[in-house]
Each structure stands twice: as C-alpha cells, then as structure tokens.
Design a protein around this ligand. Sequence first.
Ligand code: ADP
Ligand code: MG
Length: 323
Amino acid sequence: KEVADKIAAGEVIERPLSIVKELVENSIDAGARSITVEIKKGGKNYIRVTDDGCGIKSDEVEIAFLRHATSKISRAKDLESIETLGFRGEALASIAAVSRTEIITKTAEEKAGTRLVIEGSSIAEREATGCPGGTTIVVRDLFYNTPARRKFMKSDAGESSAVIEFVSQISLAYPHLRIRMISNGNMLFSTPGKGDRYKNILTVFSRELGDGLIPVQAEEGNLRLEGYISNPGESRATRKQQIFFVNGRVVDSKVIQKGISQAYADKLFEGRFPIAFLFLAIRPDSLDVNIHPNKREIRFNDEDFVTEFIRKSLREALLSKES
Ligand code: ADP
Ligand code: MG
C-alpha cells in the first residue's frame, strides 16, 4: 500500500520525447548493451526502440502493460535507494493507452519470442514469433484516440530535436552502450560503446565540434571533475552546447554554468559559447536531488564552492593549453 501510494504520483505521456525516454530507460534497466532509437517525423506517428536486453517472458508480456506492474521494486524502502531508472510501473501502461503499441520480445531462454499489438489499452493481436533476444517496441499514431493532446506537440522538427538531444545525452552518460539514433531513415550517430567518452562525444556531435576539445580533470574536497571544453575563440557554437552530468545524471545547473562563464570571461569572441561536456562526481550528501526521475534540477549545499571549483579547473585547462 505504501509503495503504491508513493508511486501513485503518476506520470504523463506528453510528447514523443516522454516515450523515448521511458523506453530507453527500460532498455538500460534490462541490461541492454545495444539500443537503437528510430523516429519518423519527430516521432508523432512512429517511434521504435530496439534493445538486446533480457526480454520479457511470453507469459509476462501482458502483465508488463498493466499499471503499477513493475519487476523492479518490492519494498517501500527500495524507493530510497533506487538504482534502476524506472520504478513506477506506469510507462508501458500509459504509452499503450494513447497509441498503437507493438512489442516483440524474447528472453535468452525461450525458443520463440512474443509479438503483441495493443491499441488504446486493449490487445489487438498476439502471436509467437521468431526474433533475437531482447525487446523491440514500436509506438505508432501517438494520441490517435485523444486528439486534443495532439495539438500540444511541437512541429516535427521541434519534437525530433528534443528526442535527438535526449538520446545524445544518454549516449554520453552511458559510454559503454552502443547507441544508434535514426531519424527519417538517416542514421544520425552510432556510438562505439567501448566506454571512451571522448570518442562518444566526437561521434555524437561531430557535425558541430570541428576543432577538437581540451580535456579537463580536477579534484578537490568531495568534488571530482572530468570533461572536455572548447578552445577559446575556436568555438563555432552559436547556441549553448553545454551538457552537465552530476553523478551520472544530466542536470540543469546555473551554478556550473556560472563557473564556465567565469573561466572564459575574457576569452571568447562576441556571440560564441564555450562548448563544455562536464562530468562532476560529488559526495551524495553534498547535494539535494529531487527523487523524481524527470527532474533535472539539483541543489548543491555549497554553491559558491562548486562555481569556484569549476572556474578554477577550467581556467587551468585553458591556460595549460596556451603555454
Ligand atoms: P517500470 O520500468 O517502472 O518497471 P514500465 O511500465 O516502464 O515500468 O515497464 C514495466 C515492466 O516491463 C518492467 O518492470 C520490466 O519488467 C518490463 N520491461 C519494460 N521494458 C522492457 C525491456 N526493454 N526489456 C525487458 N523488460 C522490459
Ligand atoms: Mg520504465
């Protein structure tokens, strides 16, 4: 009961990004080594996520689509020490309720896989099928049965750039996974999945980077920083290309941003932004993370210390490059 109450917060599927996020996080939780995300026209009518994870047993596929069905949590206290990305057991149920959803899945032990089509929560087709181990989920015609919600989506371009941005960030956060992004039939990137962050960044952002990046590495107190930043003046980025990870999660942080601006203060040409991919590790008791997995905000206990640490570390990297 308590678990159910805690979980009941409820999550809404608002747009293609919400779906891609849930599906990719499920793939990661399923132990996938390789994940492919494909969208067409921003994902409004077609989203496909394929993984080589553990799959779902034939007699458990329907259960996975029930609300609050999750294989990932059993006791309330698990919520405090949660390690999986999803734990509310609502994503598949919510997605299936507002689209035509197809799943093809097979565990390693099974000879045959299962294919299931669900339209607006009811099962339209079910059959045994030959397929490799893992799971493919195709989501078609998002909001076909709730037309009012269709108009809250952005243009195809707006929706696809939100999806591509998310998949890019996931690719950097999980450098050991092989992640492929396909949009309108074009392969936008395919990461090597060998754990090399720098190679991943170059693969994912090759079109924008051009000039190579300066490595940053620093440590102080309970903070450890790794990352890559652009050469001053060489950056061609006219929009902000800054991605911050704190303890492995993408966050929005004015505190980190301020440190970057200060480090580059006198070093950038008008209208250019430093590129910065920063991975910060901090002792968990030095920050306040909202447990809701969709929240990107965090609060550092000592904000000035973090800003100054970022400024110093980046400044040092920039200066060492000059000399
Ligand atoms: P949650 O992730 O919160 O458990 P979901 O609705 O996202 O809830 O998924 C329901 C269940 O379906 C999961 O707990 C998991 O057992 C199973 N599942 C979903 N996606 C996958 C996948 N890609 N591979 C294997 N199992 C999956
Ligand atoms: Mg999930």
